[in-house]
Design a protein around this ligand. Structure first.
Ligand code: C2E
Ligand code: MG
Ligand code: MG
Ligand code: MG
Length: 283
C-alpha cells in the first residue's frame, strides 16, 4: 500500500522504521531467544501409503511454542529466519532433531519410518550442508535411506549454480530427495530428468478440487505418469476428503499426507498413532 502512495508518504514512517519493519525486528529478537530457550519444536505429519493405508513416514514441521502467544506456525517465522540468517542454525537443528527422533522411534518399535525434512533455499547457498548431514547421520546412527530432504523447485534452480552437483553429493550419502510443492515452481523437464530425485510431492493446490475439477484431475494423472516414467514416487499433499483420497488411489498415486488422515502431531502423539496402527494389524 505504501508503495502505491509513493515516496512522499512520510506519515507512514515513525523513527525511520515502518510499522512492519519494527514488527520484524521484534519478532527477530524473540526468535533468537526462542532458539536459545529451546522453544522450537518439531511436529510430525504421517505420510501414508495409498495401496495399504500404512504409515510409512513422517514430515517434520517446525513450530514455535511461545509461552505467551502459544503455538506459532512456520509461515510466520521462517521468512524472518531466512532474512536474518537464523535459518542456518534452525535448519541444522531440524535435521539433527529429526534423526534423533527417528532413532528413538526405532528403539520404541515403530519400525523403519522415513522422516522428511524441509530445507530452505538459503541452506543450499551455504557450503557444508552435505557434510553436516553426513556428520549427523553418523553421530545419531540414523539410517541414511530413512532421511528425506524436501526442497522446492525454485529453491534448487534459482539459488544454486550447481544444483545438480549438490544433489548428487547429497544423494551419495544415501538419503532420499524430494521436490516439495511440485507444480508451482519453474523446473523444466530437462532438470527433472537430470536431478537424482526420489519423490515428487504434488502441491495441495492441485489436490484441493479433486476429483471434480477436470483439469486438475488430468494434471495429477500427468504428474504421476511423468514421475513414474522417471523412476520417482509421487505423494499428494493436503488431502482432506475421502473422495480426493479414493481418486488418487485409483490413478496410481503412491502416498498421501493430509488432514483426512492426520494433522501434524507432537512426537509422542505421532508415536501413539503408529503403535495403534501396528496393534490393529496384529489382531
Ligand atoms: P510444506 O512443506 O509444503 O508443508 C505442508 C503444509 O501444509 C504444512 O503447514 C502442513 O501442516 C499443512 N498441511 C498438511 N496437510 C494439510 C491439509 O490437509 N490441509 C491443509 N489446509 N494444510 C495441510 P505448516 O506446518 O504450517 O508449514 C508451512 C510451510 O513451512 C511448509 O510447507 C514448509 O515450506 C515450511 N516449513 C515447515 N517446517 C519447516 C522447517 O523445519 N524448515 C523450513 N525451512 N521450512 C519449514
Ligand atoms: Mg514440505
Ligand atoms: Mg508442500
Ligand atoms: Mg509449502
Amino acid at each position: 500500500k505504501a508503495k502505491s502512495e509513493g515516496r512522499n508518504n512520510s506519515a507512514y514512517y515513525t523513527d525511520g522504521l515502518t510499522q512492519s519493519a519494527r514488527e520484524r525486528l521484534m519478532l527477530e529478537s524473540r526468535l533468537r531467544a526462542a532458539i536459545l530457550e529451546q522453544h522450537l519444536e518439531l511436529y510430525y505429519q504421517p505420510q501414508v501409503q495409498l495401496a495399504t493405508g500404512q504409515i510409512v513416514g513422517a514430515e517434520a514441521l517446525i513450530r514455535w511454542q511461545d509461552p505467551v502467544e502459544g503455538l506459532i506456525g512456520p509461515n510466520r517465522f521462517i521468512p524472518i529466519a531466512e532474512q536474518t540468517g537464523l535459518i542456518h542454525d534452525i535448519g541444522l537443528w531440524v535435521i539433527q532433531q529429526s534423526c534423533r527422533q527417528g532413532v528413538l522411534w526405532q528403539q520404541l518399535g515403530l519400525g523403519n519410518l522415513r522422516i522428511a525434512v524441509n530445507v530452505s533455499a538459503h541452506q543450499f547457498q551455504r557450503e557444508g550442508l552435505a557434510q553436516h548431514i553426513a556428520d549427523t547421520l553418523l553421530s545419531t546412527g540414523f539410517e541414511a535411506s530413512l532421511l528425506e530432504l524436501e526442497m522446492t523447485e525454485s529453491a534448487l534452480i534459482t539459488q544454486h549454480a550447481d544444483a545438480i552437483g549438490l544433489l548428487q553429493r547429497l544423494k551419495q550419502l544415501g538419503i532420499r530427495l524430494a521436490i516439495d510443492d511440485f507444480g508451482t515452481g519453474y523446473s523444466s523437464l530437462a532438470y527433472l530428468k537430470a536431478l537424482p530425485l526420489d519423490v515428487l510431492k504434488i502441491d495441495k493446490s492441485f489436490i484441493d478440487q479433486l476429483p471434480e475439477h477436470q483439469q486438475d484431475a488430468e494434471i495429477c494423472k500427468a504428474i504421476i505418469t511423468l514421475a513414474h516414467t522417471l523412476g520417482f514416487e509421487v505423494l499428494a499433499e493436503g488431502v482432506e476428503h475421502q473422495a480426493q483420497h479414493d481418486f488418487l488411489k485409483q490413478i496410481g498415486c503412491d502416498e498421501f499426507q493430509g488432514y483426512l488422515f492426520s494433522r501434524p502431531l507432537p512426537a509422542d502423539d505421532f508415536a501413539a498413532l503408529v503403535l495403534q496402527g501396528l496393534k490393529q494389524q496384529e489382531c
